[in-house]
Design a protein around this ligand. Structure first.
Ligand SMILES: Nc1ccn([C@@H]2O[C@H](COP(=O)(O)O)[C@@H](O)[C@H]2O)c(=O)n1
Ligand SMILES: C[C@@]1(CO)OP(=O)(O)OP(=O)(O)OC[C@H]1O
Length: 159
């Protein structure tokens, strides 16, 4: 068994679509990013790579490469899952926390979970996604951006 943690932050920007966990969320602003800015999936990828001892998202998908510009982060996630499964890892469970003063995430969590369960090829019971505000404090509280933490347990053959 191996544990991994991922953390990512993106700032809000105009003329961008807000996409989290592969779900398009109606909101006036999206995330500034080289990719589609799915901060939830980026944190999850870093947790997976961390647990596997395989570096981080920027090492696998550099933001200097045109092929990753505006890319759907689910494509990156599926690529990481495929590499990890080649190394003999499978997912035990994942727990993800979005930190956002706005928008309200709860109505969108079930669809995020469905998307991620499909990409990770696990039952939804192995995933938990939740959201918290920071009670108005800090950059998230000022609605300048969204942060996300992810913790993943990976199983190896023999576990
Ligand atoms: N962006 C968010 C933040 C929070 N929630 C939900 O509201 C609950 C209360 O949030 P607090 O920060 O005041 O603890 C939280 O437990 C979530 O269920 C949300 O949907 N979207
Ligand atoms: C995903 C990548 C690649 O398009 O770009 P961004 O969308 O800017 O995201 P970030 O979380 O900074 O991490 C890694 C990047 O290389």
């Amino acid at each position: 068994m191996r544990v991994g943690h991922g953390y990512d932050v993106h700032r809000f920007a105009e003329n961008r679509t807000l996409i989290l966990g592969g779900v398009t969320i109606p909101y006036a602003l999206g995330m500034a990013a080289h990719s589609d800015g799915d901060v939830l999936i980026h944190a999850l990828i870093d947790a997976l790579l961390g647990a596997a001892g395989m570096g981080d998202i920027g090492a696998h998908f550099p933001d200097t490469r045109a092929e990753f510009e505006n890319i759907d982060s689910r494509i990156l996630l599926r690529d990481v899952i495929s590499k990890m499964s080649d190394e003999g890892f499978s997912i035990g469970n994942a727990d993800i926390t979005l930190i956002a003063q706005a928008p309200k995430m709860n109505p969108h969590l079930p669809q995020m979970k469905k998307n991620l369960a499909a990409d990770l090829q696990v039952g939804e019971s192995r995933l938990n996604i939740k959201a918290t505000t920071t009670e108005g404090l800090g950059f998230a509280g000022r609605k300048e951006g969204i942060a996300c933490h992810a913790v993943v347990l990976l199983l190896e053959s023999g576990d």
